[in-house]
Ligand binder design. Structure first.
Ligand SMILES: Cc1cc2nc3c(=O)[nH]c(=O)nc-3n(C[C@H](O)[C@H](O)[C@H](O)COP(=O)(O)OP(=O)(O)OC[C@H]3O[C@@H](n4cnc5c(N)ncnc54)[C@H](O)[C@@H]3O)c2cc1C
Length: 455
């Protein structure tokens, strides 16, 4: 049986584990670090999302805005360092509504989040001109948000959007990047700094005197170490249980569809766009009758919630739309491959068709889309867990929900500060597992929503 030693072992080479390895080995100079994953790196959840980022987060307080602003600072720093090999852009997120009644809410939310530190709010028409975002690049662009209340101006920017639109909120310190490429770059830098990547499964963690002592792998190998970091994504609970810890997280299934826009309905330069209104799916009279006739399809005639969204992706010259809409949330243990509503693809197309009428040309062709996804590992208030665990030498970086690639850099930097004893940013206590012991925090949780900040 192989036995080795390490200063630190990380369980999981998704975005969280790889970023942790980078920050610990490259930025903090920790030697003899082992990264263990039973799968190829970045292939479970971290390559399944839309890979988008935003500094647009609700309260309570400014914790999430500050945390994400820091993560985006680091993403920009890394992009500059590697000649933007992971194609970070800053096209923004665009929220749209056709409902007059939504405007006061849209404005109030924008004022609140801008005041939390997302940047200034500009209202159009107003004293300043609206500046659209360029499709590529991230430097020298405004932060905050632009609220456009002029339908003609909105349609001038985005003529493919329904003419029913009446308001648009363009949030600016947002965009997307190629997460697998960023992850591969971080891993390469970490390996150059001596990190060893092992393809194996962590099956046990032995402790002595209440401290981490040995990590046991499925192959039979044993790694003697004083520090163990859990970065196990949707398996956070299971790996926590190896230390007899009950980590308070659950998993929620989320899917997305990649759909080739071969008619070029949406320009490839579009930002990430979100329809802010609940809607009824557009069906023909004949389809409506057929759906109404069967109990299992009747719900497709009911109202669907707000939030269908997409962003374009260039698939080697083939214009593709990545479409997401979580109209049902399912809490479950991970099952592979994940199973989605059989109508999911068609529902996404029709839902997005309310925002982009030109997509009607594809109605009935949902089966052409490629549906995949994964699990958001979440705490009940949708904030992450980063820092030491109640077993000495054990740490966690997880519960990164639907924001794990955007948060990866600030999360990993924070984890590294906990491990090395460096000074901590002021948002650090908000992400400790200890927070649940605080009665005041518990009281706050009763009024907190697990969908907080989720699109
Ligand atoms: C549909 C969808 C859309 C999303 N969109 C976005 C987005 O736009 N922006 C964003 O920031 N985030 C998004 N996310 C969320 C983001 O993808 C996740 O938060 C992030 O990938 C989590 O990273 P992770 O490293 O914690 O987990 P994972 O990527 O799941 O990695 C965990 C790793 O741990 C390994 N592991 C587990 N147990 C063991 C063990 N016992 N031994 C060895 N290895 C083990 C697994 O094999 C896996 O490789 C989206 C997610 C989905 C599903």
């Amino acid at each position: 049986m192989a036995s080795t030693t390490a200063n630190l072992v990380i369980c999981g080479a998704g975005m969280a584990g790889v970023a942790a390895a980078y920050h610990l080995a490259v930025r903090q100079g920790i030697k003899n670090l082992v990264l263990v994953d039973e799968r190829p790196p970045l292939t479970l959840t971290s390559d399944k999302g839309t890979q988008a980022y935003r500094n647009w987060w609700p309260g309570p307080g400014d914790t999430m805005v500050r945390f994400m602003n820091r993560s985006i600072d680091l993403l920009e720093e890394l992009a500059s360092e590697c000649n933007n090999s992971f194609r970070l852009n800053r096209r923004g997120y665009v929220f749209l509504t056709a409902d007059e009644g939504q405007i006061p809410h849209m404005r109030r939310t924008a004022e609140e989040i801008c005041a939390l530190g997302a940047g200034p709010l500009r209202i159009h028409p107003g004293p300043e001109e609206y500046n659209p975002s360029p499709p590529e690049g991230f430097e020298g662009l405004p932060a905050g948000a632009d609220l456009l209340l002029d339908r003609a101006l909105i349609r001038q920017q985005f003529p493919f959007i329904t003419d029913a639109v009446i308001a648009m909120l363009h949030v600016r310190r947002c965009g997307w990047f190629n997460a697998p490429r960023l992850g591969a770059w971080l891993l390469e830098q970490a390996q150059r700094s001596g990190v060893r990547l092992l393809r194996d499964r962590v099956v046990g963690v032995e402790t002595a005197g209440g401290r981490v002592q040995t990590v046991r792998l499925q192959s039979g190998a044993r790694i003697d170490t004083g520090a163990f970091v859990i970065a196990a994504g949707p398996y956070l609970r299971q790996v926590g249980a190896l230390l007899e810890l009950d980590i308070p997280v659950f998993n929620e299934l989320h899917g997305k569809m990649a759909f080739e826009d071969d008619l070029g309905v949406v320009p490839p330069s579009a930002p990430l766009m979100i329809w802010n209104d609940p809607l009824y799916l557009p069906w023909s009279e004949e389809e409506r009758r057929a759906l109404a006739a069967r109990a299992e399809t009747r719900r497709l005639l009911e109202q669907f919630p707000a939030g269908v969204h997409f962003r374009p992706r260039d698939d080697g010259g083939k214009p593709t739309l990545l479409i997401i809409w979580t109209y049902d949330t399912h809490i479950q243990e991970p099952v592979w491959p994940p199973q989605f509503d059989p109508h999911y693809a068609e529902v996404l197309l029709r839902g997005l068709g309310s925002m982009i009428p030109g997509l009607a040309a594809y109605f009935g062709q949902g089966a052409r889309g490629y549906v995949d996804g994964g699990y958001y590992c979440k705490t009940r208030e949708n904030r992450p867990l980063i820092g030491p665990l109640p077993v000495e030498g054990a740490y966690v970086i997880g519960a990164l929900s639907g924001y794990g690639v955007m948060a990866s850099q600030a999360a990993a930097e924070l984890l590294a500060a906990h491990v090395t004893g460096a000074s901590l940013p002021d948002y650090a206590p908000a992400f400790l597992i200890e927070r649940y012991k605080d009665p005041a925090y518990q009281a706050l949780l009763d009024r907190w929503d697990a969908l907080s900040g989720q699109l």
